[in-house]
Ligand binder design. Structure first.
Ligand code: FES
Length: 271
C-alpha cells in the first residue's frame, strides 16, 4: 500500500511521484488533497492530488522542511507509511465561459486537475504560470497542451514574460480577453496580489489556501483564516475561498511565525 512509482525530479527540490492508493483514487476530485505521513511518527504533509488513475494518485511536492526532505529520499518501490484522503471540498467545476488560471511556483501543480476538469466542461481556459526563474517552471508541457492560451512569467525574464503573474493578468485583459472567473494558487503573498489585481480588473477569483495547512483534519487550528466575517478552517471549510473575502494581512502575519519554527526544525535535523 502507498507504494511509490514513476518518481521524477521536475525542478530543483520539486518531485513528482505516483502513489498506489486505490480507495483514494476512486473518490478524489479536483481541488481535494491528501495528508502524507512518510514514516511512522512523521509529520503530516498536506498535498493536493494532481492526477489519478484507477489505483494511483499523483502528488507533487517541494522540499521545504525536514519532512519533505525525507520524502525526497524515497525511491520507486518504497512506500509512505500513511496517505489519508481525499480531504477538503472539491473545486466548483462548471461551465463559466472564459476562465483564467494562475499558478505560482509549486502552486502550478494543484491548478492542473482544475484545468483538466474545466476543459472537460467546455470552458475556454487561459493559464498563467509564474516562477522566479525559467528552470523552476514545472508542468509546462501539460499546461501548453491543455490551455487555450498560455502565458509564462518569470521574475528575471529568463523564460516568457519578465514580471509577476499579476503582470500576466493585466496583459490578458489588455489583449482584449473578457474573464468570467479565475483561480489562483501559489504562495500566499502571490494569491493576495492576484486577488487585488482581479478586483481591479473586475472578475471574481478563487484561491486555494492549502499552503497554510498543518494537520489537514480540523484538529490543530493552524489553518484558521478569517473569510468575510467568520473564522474558517482551510482544511475542512476550504481549501478554496473567494479571494476578496480572505483577510490576507492577518494570514501573512501568522505564516511568518511558522517560518521560524520550520527553520529551527531543519537546523536541528542537520546536527
Ligand atoms: Fe489543522 Fe486545518 S490544518 S485545523
Amino acid at each position: 500500500m502507498f507504494e511509490i512509482s514513476e518518481k521524477k525530479k521536475l525542478a530543483q527540490d520539486v518531485y513528482s511521484v505516483w502513489v498506489e492508493a486505490p480507495k483514494i483514487a476512486a473518490h478524489a476530485q479536483p481541488g481535494q488533497f491528501v495528508i502524507v505521513i512518510a514514516e511512522e511518527e512523521g509529520e503530516r504533509i498536506p498535498l493536493t492530488i494532481v492526477d489519478k488513475t484507477e489505483d494511483k494518485i499523483r502528488l507533487i511536492f517541494q522540499v521545504v522542511g525536514k519532512s519533505t526532505k525525507k520524502m525526497a529520499t524515497f525511491e520507486n518501490g518504497d512506500s509512505f507509511a500513511h496517505v489519508v484522503g481525499p480531504l477538503g471540498n472539491p473545486s466548483e467545476i462548471d461551465y463559466y465561459g472564459t476562465v483564467l488560471l494562475i499558478g505560482g511556483g509549486i502552486g502550478v501543480a494543484p491548478i492542473l486537475p482544475i484545468l483538466k476538469a474545466l476543459k472537460e466542461k467546455g470552458n475556454r481556459v487561459i493559464s498563467i504560470m509564474g516562477a522566479r526563474t525559467g528552470d523552476l517552471l514545472i508542468l509546462e508541457d501539460e499546461f501548453s497542451q491543455l490551455s487555450d492560451k498560455l502565458i509564462v512569467t518569470t521574475d528575471d525574464g529568463s523564460k516568457g514574460m519578465k514580471g509577476l503573474v499579476t503582470d500576466g493578468m493585466k496583459k490578458v485583459v489588455s489583449d482584449g480577453e473578457k474573464i468570467d472567473k479565475a483561480w489562483a494558487i501559489g504562495p500566499v503573498i502571490m494569491m493576495k496580489f492576484a486577488t487585488k489585481t482581479a478586483q481591479e480588473l473586475g472578475f471574481p477569483i478563487i484561491v486555494s489556501l492549502n499552503p497554510i495547512m498543518v494537520d489537514g483534519t480540523g484538529m490543530c487550528g493552524g489553518c484558521r483564516v478569517t473569510v468575510g466575517d467568520s473564522v474558517k478552517f482551510a482544511c475542512v471549510d476550504g481549501p478554496e475561498f473567494e479571494g476578496e473575502l480572505v483577510e490576507w494581512d492577518e494570514l501573512l502575519k501568522r505564516l511568518g511565525q511558522y517560518k521560524v519554527e520550520e527553520k529551527e526544525s531543519l537546523e536541528e535535523k542537520k546536527k
